[in-house]
Design a protein around this ligand. Structure first.
Ligand code: NAD
Length: 285
């Protein structure tokens, strides 16, 4: 049976570390805290629930959170103006633009306003460009969390064949770039990939971020592979990943559960990146 890659445990360890570092930061900077601005537009229920969770975790680790909630009718100009004022605000180390935005607001236009030094969820296309070139940049939190989970297994990434199922801008593509930076051999699949099971079976590390309940069965997994499940799906009102956990656990060496795998790492990376942005900001002043 596979070993469980426990995202709750790793998140807790990382958050304890961030909490300690935020405390040291405050002591060194005469009471000045690490600050995260969360920009939410409208009342999307899943966005509201993410924001609530982020606010709770900020409090837990000692990050000052500033929740800016704009009306669903806010224009791209109004959102951009707010972001530009947060860019200049010394209290703010990181800016999180909570998605989804209301229909009609162009994510690219608005996210481009975030100063890349404060872009703690790597949403600005400039951050993606920097990641592509291997320049310092914040990568989106979910792929960064996947990389931390992989590193926690102590697997040597150079030369490993990683197959990623899913090629979105927020998960699949940045994850591919992060793993290429680690010198892995990366294959990225999408909905048109032929013989998906055959491609996946070549993977030393298989990562699914397709958003399709139980897409990955044991037919897709080479014995001894590491399997990471990013998917969040609902089946018969139950939260499930992309991976058919019970049967894949019989062949994999490591496997992430859903819930309790990648999910907790995403928010933890947001806390970590916000602390890192505070340190960088201080050094560049
Ligand atoms: P998306 O819909 O933007 O992209 C899905 C990708 O998967 C696309 O590239 C698509 O071509 C590919 N795909 C879909 N079905 C496929 C199939 N049958 N075979 C091969 N490729 C297929 O989704 P996203 O925003 O990248 O999110 C993916 C999943 O990850 C969702 O379930 C989402 O809820 C979850 N997610 C989880 C976290 C987390 O913190 N755990 C964060 C972000 C996204």
């Amino acid at each position: 049976m596979a070993k469980i890659l426990n995202g709750i445990e790793l998140s807790k360890q990382m958050r304890d570390m961030v909490s300690e570092m935020c405390c040291q930061y405050e002591l060194k900077n005469k009471g000045r805290t690490v600050g995260l601005a969360i920009v939410q537009v409208g009342d999307n229920p899943s966005a509201t629930s993410y924001v609530k969770n982020n606010l709770r975790l900020c409090k837990e680790v000692g990050i000052s959170a500033y929740h800016h909630k704009l009306s669903v009718k806010a224009t791209a100009q109004e959102i951009t103006d707010l972001i530009k004022s947060l860019n200049k605000d010394d209290k703010i180390s990181g800016i999180l633009l909570q998605l989804p935005l209301p229909e009609g607001v162009d994510v690219k236009e608005v996210s481009s306003a975030i100063d890349p030094k404060k872009d703690v969820d790597g949403l600005n296309p400039a951050s993606a460009g920097n990641l592509y070139y291997g320049f310092p940049a914040f990568a989106p939190c979910t792929p960064s969390g996947v990389l931390e989970l992989l590193k926690s297994t102590k697997v040597e990434l150079p030369g490993k064949h990683v197959v990623i199922v899913g090629a979105s801008n927020i998960v699949g593509k940045p994850l591919a770039l992060l793993l290429m930076r680690e010198m892995a051999t990366v294959t990225v699949c999408n909905i048109y990939t032929k013989n998906l099971a055959e491609v996946c079976r070549q993977a030393d590390i298989l990562i699914s971020a397709a958003g399709k309940a139980e897409l990955i069965t044991k037919e897709h997994v080479k014995p001894g592979a590491i399997v990471i499940d990013v998917g969040i799906n609902f089946k018969d009102k139950k939260l499930v990943g992309d991976v058919k956990f019970d049967e894949v656990a019989e062949v994999a060496e490591w496997i992430t559960p859903v819930p309790g795998g990648v999910g907790p790492m995403t928010v933890t990376m947001l806390m970590f990146n916000t602390y890192a942005a505070a340190i960088e900001g201080k050094e560049s002043k």
